[in-house]
Design a protein around this ligand. Structure first.
Ligand code: NAP
Length: 300
């Protein structure tokens, strides 16, 4: 990402509220794309590097919002965001608010209703990148909410990373964001567990072992589209194992954890769950059944 401003065909005015690691990266990307950027942050000193690259620092949230037709908010959480925006709410009338703060679909829905009641347009977004990836080809962003503000600001938002619009249901971006983060979180939990087990072996380093783990998981990633097709279909699964085989392997994974001084609780829970399914008469392990068994009744 370059800090020297490019000259977009149509430079626009954009406000960024929140200059943590992510908000600063977003503001820097907008400056690098040649836009006029106004910034505000609780800790005012964090604006200094951005001001050095051409940003205007606003003294208040209201002043920041009034500087641009588009305000991007990226702070710790929705409670923080609402507390910042509420005193300046009147300034949002006729403007667009894009929240890139991490939150839930319910929070997105409440913020959309609040913004619309003020006469503001609203888009909810999910950032699928870490700060150093912003404005690189690896970064992509989910957006959901009304189509008009997305169409109006798509080109500006594209300076941050590829924009993926998920439709008018405003909660979809945060649903997808949190689902992807859940997948990442469990993947890293698997990495940490596997590394703890393997490095119990004298002379095995995490770096050496991780070469094998990455090769294995990369090959297993190829299974996901096949499994997804099974989850979507009503027909016989393309990929299936016996529950007996899967529970036997899970028992071994729990035992090797116990034997190497690593917490076995994940596998103990898995074994108990699979044994209950076998006791209930199930014989097959498939991705479709695995997903079905994760579902819990929701209150209607
Ligand atoms: P961060 O570096 O911890 O910054 C947090 C921001 O929230 C700062 O601007 C901070 O202001 C502000 N803030 C916190 N409490 C506040 C309060 N009570 N009143 C006013 N402002 C307050 O976090 P970040 O990495 O920028 O993350 C911002 C959002 O982006 C989060 O929702 C995060 O989940 C999301 N995100 C982050 C990443 C990532 O890799 N970092 C990736 C994807 C999404 P001060 O500077 O004054 O403390």
């Amino acid at each position: 990402m370059s800090a020297s401003p490019a000259s977009p065909a149509s430079p626009v005015s954009v406000t960024v509220l929140g200059l943590g690691l992510m908000g600063s990266a977003l503001a820097e990307a907008l400056l690098a794309a040649g836009h006029r950027v106004t910034v505000w942050n609780r800790t005012a000193s964090k604006a200094a590097p951005l001001v050095a690259h051409g940003a205007v620092q606003a003294a208040t949230v209201r002043e920041a919002i009034e500087a641009s037709p588009l305000t991007i908010s990226c702070v710790l959480d929705y409670d923080t965001q609402h507390a910042l925006l509420e005193p300046a709410a009147g300034a949002l009338h006729g403007r667009t608010l894009v929240s890139l703060t991490n939150g839930t679909p319910a929070q997105a829905g409440a913020t959309e209703a609040w913004a619309h009641a003020l006469g503001a347009s609203y888009l909810d977004g999910g950032i699928m990148a870490v700060p150093h990836q912003i404005a690189t080809p690896e970064a992509f962003f989910f957006y959901s909410g009304a189509q008009d503000p997305f169409d109006a600001h798509r080109t500006t938002l594209a300076a941050l990373g590829a924009p993926k619009y998920l439709g008018t249901d405003v909660g979809t971006a945060s649903l997808y964001d949190l689902a992807l983060l859940s997948g990442m979180d469990m993947m890293f939990a698997g990495f940490f567990h596997a590394t703890a087990v393997a490095t119990s072996h004298k002379g095995t380093t995490a770096s050496g072992f991780t070469e094998h783990l990455v090769a294995w998981l990369t090959s297993m990633l190829g299974m996901m589209p096949l499994m997804a097709a099974d989850i979507d279909s009503d027909g016989p699964p393309v990929y299936e194992q016996t529950l007996d085989l899967v529970v036997a392997a899970a028992r071994n994974m729990g035992d090797v954890a116990r034997g190497t001084g690593v917490r076995p609780d994940h596998f103990d829970r898995t074994v108990a769950e699979l044994e209950a399914r076998i006791a209930a008469g199930e014989t097959a392990y498939s991705a479709r059944a695995a997903v079905q068994h994760l579902r819990v009744p929701t209150r209607g």
